[in-house]
Design a protein around this ligand. Structure first.
Ligand SMILES: C[S@@+](CC[C@H](N)C(=O)[O-])C[C@H]1O[C@@H](n2cnc3c(N)ncnc32)[C@H](O)[C@@H]1O
Length: 441
């Protein structure tokens, strides 16, 4: 019998004029179901093998568990990587040679949508070769209304490519929500914490005088009171101190407004207030105070040298000793994606896991903010082509690289727990269920 996912996929393929393939059934055994469910007990779970099998299984048995999905699929550039990057069809239909790549992605995206929570977000790295085709797929699967935005990410300073007088140095990050309930949480304000006192490093970034609605003295008369300050130290007191000056919440136009807190709170927390030389009072924002951390709207242009491709490659070289993975993403880039889109207890899914950067990003974020994020990774167990440096370094299957990254994380962070769900252990040998037998190439 065809699953709901298969039916959705067939319908969408028909609508888009993509090639329909023969469905074959994959009878999941009890032990397979159990193995797939065991992710709940580990920080990180690596599902080894074709991601479609696992995505369908999770969609069926554990729908709506994921807060943020990040994927970095093969860009289909035809490059000779350790993984298949050349899914081109004989030109036919409106999408021409791109329809094979679209057919490959479609069932995976349909299943991934089912695994996302209603508030969940999916973020996808892509470059110009498939960006337009991916956007069409995503608009159909997730809905145009759930398109949150597209980030342009700078990949290198000087760019590359064979185009005359044009060096490409950007790619994209497409972001969709599963529903209207999904949204980004904003990016942390990267302004420096450039001041220091006995309570830690802080920056001064919020007026203590109320602005806008209900900010007049007449709105809250008991929130209009004198504040005493020392113009040379910036210290503030609610009690009068000899030699200190006095200030009131009066704005530049002379309008009497009110403070943000009542007088008792201000007395208790006067250490958190800062006065400028001319008596403008601010609230100090201390570094590491995640709750009070000010977030701003995520900008659509990310030009940060820590996100350059070269950075990811150098990280792989330093972890593994050589460039055993062709296209790793930089760690700081993935950390930012996770941070802007989810909280510290999020479940994160990456079903094109490659060298396992997402697992490392999740582990690093958890150790920085004491978060409890969990990570689900999927990576193919295709054999690494002969003469590839990864094979020469002793890796046989691509997923061996992901697994090794997890072991390295564990060696540095003993409390980190991971689980491997692998076909050889858990899954009986089966004929592919896939709508795309090509992935078994
Ligand atoms: C561009 S790489 C991802 C790199 C990753 N972001 C990193 O930082 O290392 C794409 C990965 O998807 C994997 N992949 C492709 N098709 C797959 C499939 N059907 N199932 C599981 N993994 C697959 C490839 O083996 C490759 O490692």
């Amino acid at each position: 019998m065809l699953s709901t996912i298969d039916l959705k996929v067939s319908k969408l393929k028909k609508e888009l004029g993509l090639e329909l393939q023969q469905h074959s059934s994959f009878e999941h055994t009890e032990s397979f179901h159990e193995a797939c469910q065991s992710w709940v007990n580990a920080d990180t779970t690596l599902f080894v093998g074709d991601n479609l099998i696992y995505l369908k299984e999770l969609a069926l048995m554990s729908p709506e568990i994921v807060d943020v999905c990040y994927i970095d699929p093969p860009y289909n550039t035809g490059s000779k990587f350790l993984y298949e990057d050349n899914r081109k069809s004989e030109a036919r239909g409106i999408f021409g040679t791109h329809s094979a790549w679209m057919s490959f992605m479609l069932p995976r995206l349909v299943a991934a949508r089912e695994i996302l929570k209603e508030t969940g977000i999916i973020t996808i790295s892509i470059d110009d070769y498939e960006q337009a085709y991916l956007k069409i797929l995503m608009d159909r699967i997730f809905g145009e209304d759930n398109f949150i935005g597209s980030i342009v990410v700078c990949r290198s300073k000087n760019g590359k490519g064979s185009k005359k007088n044009l060096a490409t140095n950007h790619e994209y990050l497409l972001i969709y929500g599963k529903s209207k309930q999904a949204g980004l949480r904003g990016q942390s304000d990267e302004t420096d914490y450039n001041k220091q006192d006995e309570f830690g490093q802080y920056r001064v970034d919020g007026l203590f005088r109320k602005k806008g609605e209900a900010s007049l003295r007449t709105d809250r008369p008991n929130m209009f009171y004198p504040i005493y300050f020392n113009p040379s130290s910036g210290k503030v007191s609610i009690e009068a101190i000899k030699g200190w000056k006095v200030t009131y919440p009066i704005d530049s136009k002379g309008i009497e407004r009110r403070w943000l807190w009542g007088i008792d709170t201000a007395r208790e927390r006067s250490w958190q207030l800062y006065a400028s030389k001319n008596g403008v009072i601010y609230v100090k924002n201390y570094a590491g105070n995640a709750e009070a951390e000010k977030r701003t709207k995520v900008r659509t242009l990310w030009n940060n040298a820590n996100f350059y491709t070269e950075k990811g490659t150098n990280e792989i070289k330093s972890i593994f000793g050589s460039k055993i993975f062709d296209t790793p993403k930089p760690l700081e880039y993935i950390k930012k994606i996770i941070d802007v889109s989810s909280d510290s207890n999020a479940v994160i899914l990456d079903f094109f896991a490659g060298s396992g950067t997402t697992a490392q990003a999740v582990a690093d974020l958890n150790s920085t903010d004491k978060g409890t994020r969990r990570c689900l990774l999927m990576e193919s167990d295709s054999v690494i082509p002969p003469n590839h440096i990864a094979q020469e370094s002793g890796f046989k299957f691509i997923s061996d690289i992901t697994e090794k990254r997890l072991k390295i994380i564990k060696s540095k962070e003993d409390s980190f727990e991971f689980k491997i769900i692998s076909p050889s252990i858990n899954i009986p040998v089966q004929i592919p269920t896939d709508l795309n037998a090509e992935i078994y190439n």
